[in-house]
Ligand binder design. Structure first.
Ligand code: BJ8
Length: 425
């Protein structure tokens, strides 16, 4: 990982230094094995390789420096938390790492064994003192999406004392919209209280511009993956989406646009990442938080190319922009509430928009097959697999349920290979 010695910084954050060194070692090796072995990567991926090498280094230093100037750091585990409000209060917003099997034994003292890997990971990272992001946050914003998260936040608050929960309705009726609007306002008030700064319409407009620019860069990347041959691997595109959750938003946007410039040239020259005729796969379902690269590594290691992620670390996060045409606080709150309530998370019922979106993406990305990915014990996404399959009837479809462990890697590989044979046949 990084060449600089950050030991003092990690000590100051109270990390468990021995376990932390082990974690960085595993992360670095996994990254090298999976990422640096790819051939013909875009040159602009150098930046994202650098960000990963500094994931617990330079970025944390930047965040701690921001804190020294009085800015507040807000962590979240869900795309429902409105980043614009955090930025408008001059805060730093980032999502917690929850994509690796860490501290499960300790997490299971608080939550049941049969809890999804993402929840276990955010509890495990905290309990084993391994995440500098969690340690540097002033506020962790939870939400009432799935039951597992909702209840885990209670324990996380017992442990950290800094969890604030937004109530997310589970339907989208007029009454639900009212409830959600009041939650968005309550969060604005909480951010004002935390930062000691009044959130103004101008500050919200500026924040909306920053976050929309980031979304537009991700949308551009997403559109470029529709080219045949695909100009970038799914692994690299997934990494860019994962990094979008914790990098500085302005820098991230610039570097992603730079990557897209290069991809446009590649598309013009028909310079693809995958072999000619490689099956194009849309991956749909539970989010893949950093460093969860397992399924993409299997799919692309088997000769296919992942061309899209119908997921919160993907399309669901950047599909919709915020309408910036507001001129009063009430209008701004209204527009924020409707932009976020448009997210098609499986925690909603009914959730027909998601199936329409899967259908549209399968077509626009020219996917030859869809792999539905649900984390084990993620009931909302496991349940929706049936309707997702129905939505793309006629397109080969594979359902996968897994966690972060590598124990089923071989078994999944066999299933994916058989699926790809079915597509080719
Ligand atoms: S908007 S998908 S980020 S809730 S994987 S913890 S749902 S049991 S992460 Fe999610 Fe927000 Fe929805 Fe997106 Fe529960 Fe499922 Fe675990 Fe999940």
């Amino acid at each position: 990982m990084s060449g600089k010695d950050y030991t003092e910084m990690w000590k100051g954050l109270g990390l468990n230094l021995e376990n932390h060194a082990g974690l960085l070692g595993v992360l670095s090796k996994t990254y090298k094995d999976i990422y640096l072995n790819q051939k013909n990567r875009p040159r602009a991926m150098d930046y994202f390789d650098f960000v990963i090498s500094e994931v617990h280094g330079l970025r944390i230093e930047e965040i701690l420096n921001a804190k020294k100037t009085g800015r507040k750091v807000v962590g979240a585990f869900c795309v429902y938390v409105p980043e614009e409000i955090v930025l408008a209060a001059d805060g730093v917003c980032r999502c917690g790492c929850a994509g690796a099997e860490v501290g499960s034994d300790q997490a299971e003292k608080f939550i049941p064994r049969n809890t999804c890997a993402l929840i276990k990971a955010f509890m495990g990272f905290k309990l084993s003192g391994l995440c500098p992001y969690v340690e540097s946050t002033d506020l962790i914003v939870g939400e009432t999406t799935c039951d597992g998260k909702k209840k885990a936040y209670e324990s996380l608050n017992d442990i950290t004392g800094k969890v604030y929960v937004m109530e997310i309705p589970h339907m989208k009726t007029a009454e639900d919209r009212k409830l959600w609007l009041s939650e968005v306002k309550r969060f604005r008030d909480r951010m004002e209280e935390l930062s000691g700064k009044k959130i103004t319409v101008e500050a919200l407009k500026k924040a909306a511009g920053v976050v929309n620019a980031k979304r537009k860069a991700l949308q551009r990347l997403s559109r470029l993956r529709a080219a045949a041959p695909a100009p970038i691997s799914g692994l690299d595109a997934l990494l860019v989406n994962q990094v979008s959750f914790y990098d500085d938003p302005l820098r991230f946007t610039e570097m992603t646009n730079r990557l897209c410039d290069e991809l446009e040239e590649r598309v013009a020259r028909k310079n693809g990442m995958a072999e000619k005729g490689a099956p194009r796969i849309l991956i749909s379902g539970s989010p893949m938080a950093i460093p969860n690269w397992k399924l993409h590594a299997i799919v692309e290691g088997s000769g296919a190319v992942a061309v899209g992620e119908e997921s919160c670390i993907g399309e669901r996060n950047h599909r919709d922009l915020l309408d910036e045409s507001f001129s009063s606080m009430d209008e701004a709150m209204d527009k924020l509430a409707s932009r976020y309530l448009g997210i098609d998370c499986a925690c909603f019922t009914p959730n027909n928009e998601r199936f329409d979106n899967i259908k549209t993406l399968t077509k626009s990305l020219k996917a030859d097959g869809v792999i539905h990915y649900a984390l084990q014990f993620c009931t909302p996404y496991m349940m929706e697999a049936y309707r997702a399959e129905k939505a793309v009837a006629g397109t080969p479809f594979l359902r996968i349920e897994t966690d972060y462990s590598m124990e089923d890697f071989g078994q999944l590989q066999t299933r994916v290979e058989a699926f790809l044979e079915q597509i080719k046949g």
